[in-house]
Design a binder for this molecule. Structure first.
Ligand code: GUN
Length: 297
């Protein structure tokens, strides 16, 4: 029997524990605060950011939102980040990616105070993760680690194949899985658009993390019997629905489910975990900045 993991259920349990952490902070007069910054006309980015701010409000995290015209000068974005860096009520800052082409993405990542970098994308935080001393683990890979743990899938000694090498998911996922730490200790292969014979690699894997951003590219024929399949993809494809599109993952769920032992659905798998771990990092950021210890889940 294939187990279909429920990211909403696992995420809700973690959010319940985070509420206790927020209560501890509140007793010391600290309300965790997250600032989101959007400089994009992409409707998907707008949806993601509004989901993040709503999740904050539901949990008792103060959220502020800054929206910039996508054609505004890049300096406006840097000024916005600088003001948020200096605002003590803001513990976490998230600039939704991608930013417009005329804005230097790497400078954006470097501009956020690394202590407020709840995405974990600042070079200092990337370096700490790679060095095995993470401060903020990037939300999607961290969420996947929590989801695997909740499903009793221990990567230790397993062959894991990560498909995709993005800064946001692929690379940090590979780093977390290879760490000599709980939730790690896997033998990790990172595949990408230039990989020769991808199917030969994924077929050997105990754990496949599909994060390439290509709709339904991993099908059942590429999965070993009983493997764990984690689908990070959120792809809008044209469909005869009210909105004119539907969301599909990077995995062809129907055929993969027939062979997988454990699989995540889209939606309802990794997505809710990403948002949960953003809340987690924001609570951690408030705890570190206010020097109020909390018992993170
Ligand atoms: N764009 C897609 N995923 C993410 C994310 O996790 N954080 C940010 N800042 N932008 C994104």
């Amino acid at each position: 029997m294939t187990r279909v993991l429920d990211g909403n259920a696992v995420g809700d349990r973690i959010r319940d524990d985070l509420r206790d952490c927020i209560d501890t902070l509140e007793r010391e007069g600290v309300t965790p605060g997250l600032a989101t910054v959007l400089m994009s006309d992409d409707p998907a980015s707008e949806t993601y950011v509004s989901m993040k701010t709503r999740a904050c409000e539901d949990l008792g995290i103060e959220s502020v939102h800054r929206e910039l015209d996508s054609s505004a000068p890049a300096e406006e974005l840097f000024d916005t980040v600088e003001a948020l860096n200096g605002d003590p009520s803001v513990h976490g800052i998230l600039v939704q990616m991608p930013v417009p082409d005329h804005v230097d993405k790497r400078r954006v990542l470097r501009s956020i105070d690394p202590r407020k970098d709840v995405d974990g994308f600042h070079p200092e935080n990337v370096g700490r993760l790679v060095a095995g001393d993470p401060r903020y683990k990037p939300c999607t890979p961290h969420g996947i680690q929590k989801l695997l743990a909740a499903a009793d899938v221990d990567p230790e000694g397993e062959d894991a194949v990560v498909v995709g090498r993005s800064e946001i998911v692929g690379k940090p996922m590979a780093n977390l899985l290879v760490q000599k730490a709980p939730g790690g200790n896997a033998t990790v292969t990172v595949c990408h658009s230039r990989t020769d014979d991808l199917a030969a690699k994924t077929r050997e894997a105990d754990i496949v993390v599909a994060a390439a951003g290509v709709p339904e590219m991993i099908d059942g024929s590429m999965i070993a019997e009983g493997a764990t399949v984690i689908d990070v993809g959120v792809n809008r494809v044209d469909a005869d629905t009210e909105k004119g599109y539907e969301l599909v993952g990077d995995v062809d769920f129907e055929s993969a489910e027939e062979r997988a032992g454990v699989i995540t659905p889209v939606p309802g798998g990794v997505g809710p975990m990403t948002i949960t771990m953003l809340l987690y990092n924001t609570v951690k950021a408030a705890s570190l900045q206010a020097e109020v210890p909390v018992d993170l889940p």
